[in-house]
Design a protein around this ligand. Sequence first.
Ligand code: ADP
Ligand code: ASP
Ligand code: MG
Length: 445
Amino acid sequence: MKFGGTSVGDVAAFERVYGIVSSQLKRHPVVVVSAMTKVTDALLAAFETAKKGEFAEAFASLEPHFERHVAVSKTFIADGAPNAFNAELDFARDELSDLLMRTSRRSLPLQMLKDAIVSYGEQLSSRLLAEVLKSKGVNARQVDSRRLIVTDDEYGAATPIIDETNELVRLELEPLIAAGEVPIMGGFIAASRGGETTTLGRGGSDYSAALVAAALHAGVLQIWTDVTGVMTCDPRICTDARTIPTLSYEEAAELAYFGAKVLHPKTIKPAVDNAIPVRVCNTFEPNEVGTMVLDESGEAPNKIKSIAHKKNITILRITSARMLGSYGFMSAVFQVFDRYRTVIDVISTSEVSIALTLDTTTEIDKIVGELQRLGDVEVEPGYGVVCVVGEGLRASTGLASKIFSTIDDVNIALVSHGASAVNLTFVVKEEVVADVIKKLHGEFF
Ligand code: ADP
Ligand code: ASP
Ligand code: MG
C-alpha cells in the first residue's frame, strides 16, 4: 500500500490512512509512504537557499514543516507515552542543520548533499506514520528503506539494483510479515552500495512501492492518492474527467511516461514482470475501486482511454543534407544524447532530418554544440506533448483523422504514431495544450 504526499498531509489524512491500513490487516500489508505534502519541495528549496550561502535562512525555512509533523504526533500520541518520532525529529534537525551548512560551504559533492537533505521528508513521514499506527494498536514497525533498496550512485535519479534489492527486501520484511508486523517504509529514498543516500526521482515513491511489491510477490500493489484512479485526462484540466476502470500495463506505462502524474513512469515494469495487479485509488474515497491496471484491459468503445500531457518541452531539429543516402546519421545523433545522459521523448525522422523532443535541457548547449558537427540544428523551446492512449489505437481506421480534425485550428509541430500500438503522440505550442486536451476530451468522452 503506497500513500502519496496528500494522503499524509495533515492530522485528518493520518486518520484516514489508519482507517485504510487497519481495514486490510488480514492481507498482510507493507506500507510505503511519501513525505508529507509540500515537504520535498521545501527541502529542495532549503538546499537551493543554502547553496547561495544563506544557511540560517535555509534551516529556518524548514521549521513550519517540522511543526506540521509535531502537530500530527501530538494529536495521536499522549505526552509521556513512548514516541520514537520525537527522537527522530531531533536527529533530523541536527542532521539537516549539518547538511545545509555543508551545502553552503560546498564541502561535499552537491548532488550527494541534495539527496541526503531531501531524504528527510520520507524518513520523517515513515517514522511518524509508524508511531501513529502503533498508538492506535496496529503492530507497525518503521523500516529504513535505505537498508533495503540498493541503487547505483546516480544521485537524484538512481537506478535500483534489482537482485540485491529483492534479496534485502525479502530478508528484512518476510520475517516481520510472518510475525504479523506491518512494515512502514519511506518511498523515494534508497542507498548506493557504498551506503550513501540516493533518491529515485520526483514522484518516485510509487516506484519504491512497486519494487517492494515485486520482491515480495505481493497479491496487489495499491497506490493511494488524492484522485479516484487514473482518469480520462488530468482532472486539473477538465473537471469532467472520469475514472478509467481498467487499463493494460502498456496503456498505463504510456500514460505515466507522457505526463499522467498519478503514476510514476517506472512503477509499471516491476508490476508487469511479476504479474502484480496495480490498483490506483483514492484515500478520500476508500470504498471506490478506482483503476485496476492489469495484463490486458480490452478496448474502449471509442478506442481512446485517456489523454496525457507534459509541458515545458523543447524540440530539437537536426538536418543534414550531406547524410542523404548514407548510414550512420541516426547513430551519430543518438551517441551525442547518450554522452550527455539526456533522454529523448518523442522522435520523428525523414531521410536527412530528425526532430525530437526533450524534457530535460540541462546539457542542451553542449548537445547542440556537438550536433552542429553533423548538420544544422534548430532549438525550439515552449512546447507541450499530448499523448492519446488506447488499446487498438494503431489498428483503428479513421481515428487519427478524427483526432486531428477535432483540433484542426491548432498547428502540430511533430507527430509520432505507430511505434506503440496503444498511443498517438503529438507536439503543440505549450499555450494551447490545455485547450487541445479540453477539445479532445469533449469529443471522445
Ligand atoms: P501522490 O502525492 O499521491 O503521489 P500525485 O500528485 O503525484 O499524487 O498524483 C496525483 C495527481 O496526478 C492528481 O491530483 C492529478 O492532478 C494528477 N493527474 C495527472 N493526470 C492524471 C490522470 N490522467 N488521472 C488522474 N490524475 C492525474
Ligand atoms: N516525496 C517525493 C516527491 O515529492 C516522492 C513522492 O512523493 O513520490 O517527489
Ligand atoms: Mg506521485
